[in-house]
Structure formats: C-alpha cells, structure tokens
Ligand binder design. Structure first.
Ligand code: 4AD
Ligand code: MG
Length: 476
C-alpha cells in the first residue's frame, strides 16, 4: 500500500506494511523512530521500533537512504505531525545505503549540489514535490484539451524542417563522423544518410500541428522539443517539453482567450490537486527569499501568486503600445535598461519583466509584433509591417507562451518563405495546405517547464525537469 494511502487510514490495530526509503532514523532511550517515504506524498510514515522487537543487526542497516519494508500495527500517533504511525514488528531490508557514502544526508543541500546528483535528488522533499506537481500539470493539460474536444496529435521528433527558422537544430545522422560520403562539390552527401536527406530533432511540432488542424479542427501536441541555442540561462533548456494547440477557424483574439483560459485551468488544477506539495514549496520559497534583499522579496506568497493569476484578467496590449510605455518609463529615461528601446527591437527579458512585474503587475499578452522579429508563418497585418503574433509574459518568468494566427494566404506565405530564405522543397507540404481548403487558424506553444517553474516557485529551469539538458551538460 502506498504511504499516502496508509496515512489516510483510520487506525484500528490492522497490520500494515509500508515500503520506501528511510529519510531519518532517531534513537531515543530504548525506542527507534524511522521516517519512511515512498514518494507518493510529501509526508513520511513514522515507524516506532521498541527495543528488542527487531534484531540489532537489522536495525543497524536502517540508515538514511536505505530501502526497507516496515511491517507492524497501525496505531494513532502520539507524536506531532502525523495522525497514524506503525508499531513495527518486522523490518525487511531491500537495499542498504552506506552512511559514509550516501550523499543525501538529512541536512540542507544546495540546489547546485543536488543538480550534480540528479539520479538521487528525486528522493528529497523539494524534488519529489516538484515531480508530483509536474505530473499533475501534465495530466491537467490532457484533461483540459480532452474536455474541450481537442485531439492529441503525435507530431514527429525527427524532421527535415526548421519550424521556427532560427537554425538552432540538433542534427540527426547515421553518417560516419570521419570521412563521410561527399558530393562532387565537396559537401557532405546527405543523400547517403539514413533518411536520404538532412534531418534534425524538432524545435516545434507546430507545422505538423497545423496539418492536423486542417483536418481535425482542434488538435494539440505535447512532446519534447530541442533547441541547440547556446543560452546558459535559468529559463532555457536544450531539451524541453512544449504544448502546442492549433485550432481551425480561430483568429488572434480566440487564440488569446484559449491561452489565458488554458494556463488558468492548469494552475488551478495544481492548486486543487497538489495542496500539500505547494504548501511545502511555498515554505521553501519563503526560506530562500529570506536571503534576498528586501526589494527583491516577493510581496505575495506562492499560493497568493498563483491565485492572483487564476483570478485576474491578463493585460492585453500591442507591441507598439508596449514600446510606447517603455519609452515613457522612468527606467528608460534614466537610462537604466541595459538594452535600447525603440520600435522594431526584439524585447529583451528586462523589458518584458519590467512590463509584467513593475508596470502591470500581472500576466501580459503582447500582440502584433513587427514581422521582421517573428517567424515566417505568422499572418501579416493590414499595415504590412506587423504580424498577428502574441506572447504571454508571466511575472518572474518572462515569456511563457509564444503563438500567432497563421498566414493562410498561399501567395503571401510563399512570399514570406522566399523572403526569409526557406527552400520551397523543404516545406512544400505545408504550403499545399494553403492551396487545398485553406482556413484561418491559430495556435501557440506553452513551454511546459516554464509553467512548472511558475507553479512551483522555483527559480532555475534545471530544477523542474528530472534530467536537464543544457550546454555542456547531458549527464544521467
Ligand atoms: O516562442 P516559441 O519559440 O514558439 C514556437 O515554437 C511556436 N512554434 C509555438 C506555436 O505557435 N505553436 O516557443 C514557445 C514557448 C516559449 O514561449 C517558451 O515558453 C518555450 O516554448 N521555450 C523554451 N522553454 C525552455 N527552454 C527553451 N530553450 C525554450 N525555447 C522556447
Ligand atoms: Mg517565442
């Protein structure tokens, strides 16, 4: 029986077995107390071992990190913090953990240190809480779209196209690294490669998602995506999970409504289903913030922050309006932004965070960005200068969602692909959907880890995915 379930039982002297990993063992006069955790909940079950009930040599093996089964009688707990405990009659040791070597001793470890032992960190309270919240959020994603009549579309992980046109791709090849086959003009001959062409890991499932929407009307993807961008930040991973809904007949406004409703639903789902874990993470964050300067400390607790987002409308404005607000700001006038502000710039994280955290103090949806700083597939506005793009910006995170209404006009899309240098033969299939039954449609991508960051109150994206992949780091 899972420890979560055991903790919810009413004790009636029933015999019970709990299996898990020892968090702590404490010996006090002639009784030993063992705190056992199996990851099903943030709470431990306490085993009380009276002197003489278990062989001395067995009890000696019960150390922090060891995996054991505790069998005994479930009784009301005398101690604080739990309602029941096990009066142990028998212990089975599955696996010992040498206290001289086991790195996770019951004390505070830094997040940096825990990253180096990602194979063991799920056994800490912080990481098990994060992983359970992550699971709940993933479940919420499917539940939301399923309830709304969307179909889960599995888009390919290996692809020949660069959906974002940013050239940040990991190549997939079976060609030898030394002496690969060459063409007559001295280039690597990918015709000889596994797929007979150049392929890479996908940066986004969007293009194929659009193909799905042009048949099933409402689809979403939820899969791993890969970016070989050399961004060593607390917001970027080389391998991350993205959720990409795509909806036929939706325009930019509908897209914003969907994005806002969907993120609110996911956050509310976590609040409703992960109360214990969020309460634990809230305390952790409070502790962490004590080390920060007063002005950097958050005014709201984690739960308050999450509730605030679910209960308030997101601020919606155009890129052009945002630039004007930035230009009028004291921060800009006093030259306190590191990067320049002018119409046409790609907003830097400092600008986005100023808008969200200092100016509006709530999530913001920015729309109608200049076409030159956005991807080729976005629908051109009537002014010919901006596109129907939207970015959703979150406090403490910055961009959490990027999306747009798509260009559904064949001639305009073909022109855009030419302008940005995409070869027609690489995405002829995408262009064809604009020739056969084209329709207005829109969609977006939510970076799943950025959502998990927000909900858990963690500050580094490496701490919300079990095994992070970042530049120069692919251990585990
Ligand atoms: O803004 P992006 O690049 O948009 C797309 O990929 C579109 N094809 C989505 C769509 O319209 N279907 O990425 C979408 C989101 C970002 O807002 C961000 O949350 C996340 O993906 N993201 C990353 N998350 C972690 N690490 C990275 N390197 C990320 N790059 C983007
Ligand atoms: Mg983006």
């Amino acid at each position: 029986m899972q420890i979560k379930e055991i903790l919810s039982l009413s004790p009636s002297n029933q015999t019970i077995t709990a299996k898990g990993w020892v968090r702590t063992k404490r010996v006090s006069s002639n009784v030993a107390f063992v705190a056992l955790n199996d990851g099903s909940t943030i709470h431990n079950i306490q085993g009380v071992i009276a002197d003489g009930t278990v062989a001395e040599e067995t009890l000696r093996l019960v150390t922090t990190g060891a995996c054991i089964a505790l069998t005994g009688i479930l009784i009301p707990s005398q101690g604080q913090g739990q309602s029941v405990e096990i009066q142990v009659t028998d212990i089975q040791v599955y696996g010992t953990a040498d206290p001289e070597k086991y790195p996770l001793q019951p004390k505070k470890h830094s997040l940096e240190f825990l990253r180096e032992i990602a194979h063991l960190r799920p056994r800490t309270n912080t990481f098990s809480a994060i992983l359970r919240v992550r699971h709940a959020l993933a479940f919420a994603v499917h539940s939301y779209f399923n309830d709304k009549g969307f179909f889960y579309l599995h888009t390919p992980i290996i692809t020949g196209s660069d959906a974002e046109g940013a050239g940040e791709m990991f190549r997939v090849t079976t060609l030898p690294t030394t002496n690969p086959p060459m063409t007559e003009d001295g280039k690597v001959d990918f015709k000889e490669d596994f797929f007979g062409k150049e392929t890479n890991l996908t940066v986004s499932g969007q293009l194929e998602g659009e193909l799905g929407a042009m048949a099933l009307s409402k689809v979403y993807t939820f899969g791993p995506t890969f970016r070989a961008e050399n961004s060593n930040t607390t917001r970027h991973l080389a391998e991350f999970w993205m959720i990409e809904p795509e909806v036929a007949f939706n325009e930019l406004e509908d897209n914003m409504n969907l994005a806002e409703d969907f993120t609110k639903y996911c956050i509310k789902y976590a609040l409703d289903h992960c109360a214990d874990d969020i309460a634990f993470l809230e305390k952790r964050l409070l502790e962490e913030e004590k080390n920060k300067k007063k002005e950097e400390q958050s005014e709201l607790s984690l739960t308050e922050k999450l509730r605030f987002v679910t209960e308030n409308d997101f601020e919606r404005l155009t890129y052009t309006e945002a630039i004007n607000i930035l230009l009028q700001s004291k921060t800009h006038k006093q030259g306190k932004f590191q990067y320049p502000v002018e119409w046409g710039i790609d907003l830097q994280s400092e600008h986005e965070r100023w808008l969200v955290e200092k100016h509006f103090k709530k999530p913001v949806i920015l729309t109608n960005y200049p076409k030159d700083i956005k991807a080729f597939y976005m629908k051109l506005d009537e002014d010919g200068k901006t596109v129907r793009a939207m970015d959703v910006l979150f406090p403490g995170i910055g961009e959490i969602i990027g999306g747009s209404q798509r260009e559904d006009d064949y001639a305009k899309l073909l022109q855009r692909t030419k302008d940005v240098g995409i070869e027609e033969e690489s995405i002829w299939w995408y262009l064809e959907t604009r020739q056969f039954g084209s329709a207005p449609h829109a969609g977006f991508g939510l970076g799943f880890e950025r959502l998990v960051l927000f909900v858990t109150g963690m500050s580094n994206i490496r701490d919300v995915i079990p095994f992070p992949r970042t530049p120069k780091s692919a251990e585990f």
